[in-house]
Ligand binder design. Sequence first.
Ligand code: FES
Length: 122
Amino acid sequence: MPLLKVEGQVFEVEDGKRLILALEDSGLDVMHRCGGFAKCTTCRVKFIEGEPTRMTQAEFDRLKNTPDLLGQTRLACQIVCDHDMEVEPVIHLSNADVKSPGARPEKQITPKPVWIDRPIDL
Ligand code: FES
């Protein structure tokens, strides 16, 4: 099972689990205001190690169309845990001015993923 390192803790994660669900199920108060559809960017994380070399087209489009995100952060709702990684969530519910993190994302990547290579010149 892949290892997920976050905020000084290490968790074993079910292979192929969505990163946003792995973070939330590990007890972290992460956000997912759009329910995991690559629309809101509240699930964004910074990669310390193990950044995936592929991304969904939906993630690329959202990051590209939001100032200062492409090349800086990734969307946890668009990533599957299929290898070891270390991340740092950018937004926590406890630091946001809303009461809910958003609807729980589905088990599968939504919208239906179209995988592309992450641009290497980011
Ligand atoms: S972009 Fe909204 S939950 Fe990921």
